[in-house]
Design a protein around this ligand. Structure first.
Ligand code: HOZ
Length: 424
């Protein structure tokens, strides 16, 4: 595959942008080689600047659940941009968006729009601290909640990919309030509560993790966290940046049948544009300014063009509930065929899958937390990644990132994917 133009652009980008990229994982640093510069996308496919096509399994790291450049979303944005780009004033669309979100997800009385998943999680944590009057919180090793200082302890995603243990610039004072436990381990959480009586404001988790590859919660785990939060008067925060509107209309709350106190959204909620949100119980959400004193703000929060993309995407999901069973069926087919071909080739693997999130972990043990994810054959993944890329299949350039697929992924694309794996 000829990727000369990508290489030229990457070399040029290095002169002006740190590492040549605006977000670390996309630099291909851990898998090796040079990133591919994309030119356009349609449905299930990406097209790079050299004219190569790829079946897309990152989908902008989650947002593009309907496939790329879905017509209704594109048309709605074009129409909106003719009359509104940004006002910095309230608009009716924001209320319509809030109403729609509340119709789709359980247990949200009030919701505030922001511009990214990072902002949503950062604001939800501040709110949980302001509401409870407590400082410490629990997060899980390998979970990633955006790049706000407090979350950069044992974080997944790019930090796991590049093996960054401590982040210069994050003060010890901030990190001391971040308590960590292994994912899927309730006993470790009980211990933290026992060791820090009346000090823990919140537990935050990805209810289905996607930043150490895809990892599913074990039976009773999320329920157990709910119970512990109730017992210790801590706020349960679901980071549904990846799972929200992706696993079900009501995200992981609906899928797992466990209610959080606060929920954070990003990715799908913006339909590919920069939108995030956090919401939850009225009593907690009313602590936010201007009602309460927990300050949070944003010049582009509720931006008309971005919210139009999100609103149109969510409306399509709301009006077509079969999308979720279709995605589940696609995932089951993909999982089964990947399993068959990898087994036939004698490649040891474990596939974790829920809905339209899936990961192939190169290890035969159960992958249930960051430690077990790290025990997989990462060099083999890197080799696999490059083989697939060369065959026109675009996987995330890290063993620690979930694959995402869209409604546009059909049997043809799965067949192409499986053919590529057969040649590995
Ligand atoms: N943190 C994102 C995945 N978990 C990566 C975003 C990007 O590089 O664009």
């Amino acid at each position: 595959m000829n990727t000369t133009q990508s290489l030229n652009l990457f070399n040029k980008a290095h002169l002006h942008i740190p590492g040549g990229v605006n977000s670390p994982v996309r630099a291909f640093k851990s898998v090796g080689g040079n990133p591919i510069f994309m030119q356009s996308a349609s449905g299930a496919y990406l097209t790079d600047v050299d004219g190569n096509n790829y079946v897309d399994y990152i989908n902008s790291w989650g947002p593009m659940i309907l496939g790329h450049c879905q017509k209704e979303v594109v048309d709605a944005m074009i129409e909106k941009v003719k009359t509104a780009i940004s006002f910095g004033t309230p608009t009716e669309l924001e209320t319509q968006m809030a109403e729609l979100i509340k119709l789709m997800v359980p247990n949200v009385d009030l919701i505030r729009l922001v511009s990214s998943g990072t902002e949503a999680c950062m604001s939800a944590l501040r709110l949980a601290r302001g509401y409870t009057g407590k400082n410490k919180f629990i997060k899980f090793a390998g979970c990633y909640h955006g790049h706000a200082d407090a979350f950069l302890v044992k974080a997944g995603s790019g930090l796991a990919t590049f093996n960054i243990q401590t982040v210069p610039g994050v003060t010890v004072g901030v990190s001391n309030d971040t308590l960590t436990a292994p994912y899927n381990n309730l006993e470790a959480v009980k211990k933290l509560f026992a060791e820090n009586p009346n000090e823990i404001a919140a537990i935050i988790l990805e209810p289905v993790a996607g930043n150490m590859g895809c990892i599913l919660p074990e039976e009773g785990y999320v329920e157990g966290l709910r119970k512990l939060c109730d017992e210790h008067k801590a706020v349960l925060i679901f980071d549904e940046v990846m799972t929200g509107f992706r696993l079900a209309q009501g995200g992981a709350q609906e899928k797992l049948k466990v209610n959080a106190d606060l929920v954070c959204y990003g990715k799908v909620i913006g339909g590919g544009m920069p939108v995030g949100a956090f919401g939850g119980k009225k009593e907690i959400m009313e602590c936010i300014a201007p009602v309460g004193k927990v300050y949070q703000a944003g010049t582009l929060s509720g931006n008309p063009v971005a919210v139009t993309a999100g609103f149109t995407t969510l409306s399509i999901l709301k009006n077509n509930p079969q999308i979720y069973s279709d995605l589940e069926a696609t995932g089951n087919l993909l999982k089964q065929q990947l399993h068959e071909v990898l087994t036939a080739k004698g490649i040891v693997h474990t596939i974790n899958h829920m809905g339209s999130m899936i990961s192939v972990h190169f290890g035969e043990h159960k992958v249930k937390d960051f430690e077990t994810a790290s025990q997989c054959d990462i060099p083999l993944f890197n080799k696999f990644f490059h083989h697939m890329l060369n065959e026109g299949i675009y996987l995330p350039p890290s063993a620690y990132e979930s694959w995402f697929f869209s409604m546009a992924l059909g049997e043809n694309e799965i067949a192409k994917t499986i053919d590529a794996v057969k040649k590995f």
